[in-house]
Design a protein. Sequence first.
Lengths: 324, 112
Amino acid sequence: MNLLNRYLQAVARLLPKPRRDDIVAELRANIVSQMEDREQELGRSLTEDEQAAILRHHGNPTVIAGRYREDNLGLAFGRQLIGPELFPFYKMSLTVNLVITVVVLAGLGPVVAHAVGGAITLTRALIPLFTQFVVVTLIFIALEKNKAHVLDKWDPRKLPELKANPDDGPTAANIFTFIVTAIGTLWLALTPRWLYLLLGPGVLYLPQLGLKVMPSWPLFYWVIVAALCARLVLQFFSLFRWLARPKARVADVILRGISLCIGVLLLLKAPNYVTSQYPDVAYWANLNFEICVVVAVAIHLGGTGRALFSLLRDRHQMLPARQY
Amino acid sequence: MNEGPFENLRLELRRGCLVLAVLAQLRVEHYGYTLRKALADDGLEIEESTLYPLLRRLETQGLLTSEWREEDKRNKRFYRLSKDGKVILKQLLEEWRGMGESLDRILREVKV
């Protein structure tokens, strides 16, 4: 099955992320059935060459992935120049090329302009962009014309080896996120006892300023700490795959929703978070706090919306852990 | 003979027929591989790389429904014609039969 796994990995790499696992699981089920049927016919296990023949017949991973893309767009000028199979990759290559060109222009433009003693005009900036566009487009038009020859020349045995499966265990990114959340939670839990952690040297001025937090703040504080602890537990369980991925995603959306509610309730308390014997100090402290809460709410709103949208979109496609 | 135009026209001719054949075959539930076999058994060979994405598209259009179910200790995605799909299939069949009759009349006079 190593060859099949490598084939599915190659297809998965080019599929849109939200539907990737679902499509790969379906492809796997279909190809495995086909291989089993062939084994029954032959009365023995398939050799690597026979497996490769089935995969070759199934199609080049680039073509397969292109056919699963929903956009189904192409480039036409009277007649079709780039078909829907290659168009997503054309779009991707063009975007990467143009972004790199813009970054290089932004970085080197002033230096070059200084060296040649001229100003950076729009025309000068557009020439490399237009050249990139033409070159990439011509390459893809040529590829489209010779698609049958170019894309048919592939061998499943030459596909890249399998990369470590993120579902097999903790990944560096997940461990990093867990550590950051743990440090953040610990920091927040320790701040009432050691205010220095929050205010730094400014804590020395606190008695003179006479700042007092609103009466409901302790309740908010402990709810925030509890929400962070819950997130930490969820991240820990997800890290070792002790919680099925669909359940982990639902729990993630719920926790995000709770955090968002806390933020909105805090926002309703504005601008009376702190009081002070000095009105100016209270004003600036409240304004700073309010800005922090608004930013946090905005971030949570985006995150929760994205997680909820992706959960609803994939609700019919939730599968057990990835298998390639 | 130049095979390019023939191949393009043949593919064009097949494209619409495939959708009709898939919808008709999915009056009975199938997963991708068994559907392909069922179509092949009836004489309509279709590439995997065409059929499997086509099933997704037809599902997105609301003509098919699907569900993941375990069969032979493996999860498979089973497709079946939806309520809307049945209506569309009926309409397409009427269209197909009408076109078939017209073509028969036209082709009767053609001598190749």
